[in-house]
Structures are given as C-alpha cells and as structure tokens.
Write a protein that binds this ligand. Sequence first.
Ligand code: DX5
Ligand code: ZN
Length: 218
Amino acid sequence: MKHPLIGPSILSADFACLGREVRAVLRGGADYIHVDVMDGHFVPNLSMGPAICAAVRRAAPRAWIDVHLMVTQPAEFVDSFIDSGANHISVHIETVSKPAALLRKIQSRGATAGIAIKPETPWNSVASLFNLADLFLVMSVHPGFSGQKFLASALPKVRAIRSRISAAQRVELDGGVNPSNAAACIAAGCDALVSASAIFASDNYARVITQLRGGRAR
Ligand code: DX5
Ligand code: ZN
C-alpha cells in the first residue's frame, strides 16, 4: 500500500502554545502543516489569518506550510499568506470565477497551487484544472469546523480525480480522517491526508500519525 503524506491541521491545536504544538507533530512524523483559514462568510466560522501562518513559519522554519483558504475572496489573501511563509495555497472552486488565473498567480509567486471542493461539489467542476493544479483538495466534511463525521461520499470523488491526473499531482482529503477510515482513504488514492481532531485530541501524536500513514486502525 502506498503511504500518504500526513498533514496535521492546527485548527485543533492548543493555540496558547502553537509553536510547541507544531514542533510536536513534526517530531511525531508529520509531513507538513495544514492551516485552515476561515472568514465567517464562505464558512460559518472564523479561524486564523496570515499572522498565524507567520508564527508557524517562525516556530518551524523548514516545515512545508499548506494553507487552505475557506474565504469568499481568496485572491485578496494569496500574497499575504505567501509573504507569511506559505509553501502551498488551496482555494475553493466555489469561490473563484477565474480559477486558472488565480492558480497561475499562486505558482508565479513560487508556491504550489491547489483547488478545493466542498462535499456537495462534483469532481468534474475542477476538470478544467487537471493540467494546472498541483493539488486537488477533496473535503470529506462541510468546511467550517474540526471534529465532524467523515463523509464517505468523498471517496468516489478522490478516485475519479486521482485516475485523471499525473503522479506528480496530489489528491488531499480533508475532514473526519482518523485511524479507522485512513485505509479506505488510501485505497481510494489519496496522496495526502489532513487531520485535526484525531491527532490533536490524542495524547500521542506520533502514534496517530503512524496509524494514519499506514492506514491502520487503533
Ligand atoms: C474543516 C477544515 C479541516 C478540519 C479537519 O473546515 O478544512 O481541515 O480542520 O478537522 P478534523 O480532522 O477534525 O475533521
Ligand atoms: Zn482544511
């Protein structure tokens, strides 16, 4: 079985000691750090802005930082997140009228670019980006909160996208991923798994990260 990259989402980290949390998951084997940005418009919650991204960068100078923009105006924030240390930015297809131009802009700034889809958005809504996006983010919960139940309806979308893109491009699954469903996610073709609550609610980050990567249940 192919092992996916594991990206802990700091949405469930203890913000009062964020630097320590980031370093702990990296020490526990995390491949990258996922930063969930919410604006209270695209999703019914507020989370974090570029200053938090910069704080993660200071805490972990060599970490790969993956920013997931759940905002109605992503184009307005791309530069500030890249200036704050983001290596990758995903924007939602539901929010952009000219996704190719925005993805190219992200890439022109030296970051990789992803396109994200909500649970109710079909996989073929991103078909025009199959030759452009570096990453396809398939959401397996409704965006806005960590700790929700995994929606298995995301898996056929992962399969459909994975079979139509190159080996160099990635499919990332985000929401409700835990050691019990990781094997199914990996079998569907996920290259990267995001997890907030399963990792940060645990008393042993390294163990959960290892379980997620191997697709093994507790
Ligand atoms: C949801 C975010 C996810 C979320 C995952 O809006 O995009 O990254 O934090 O949290 P868990 O793993 O707890 O579902
Ligand atoms: Zn996310």
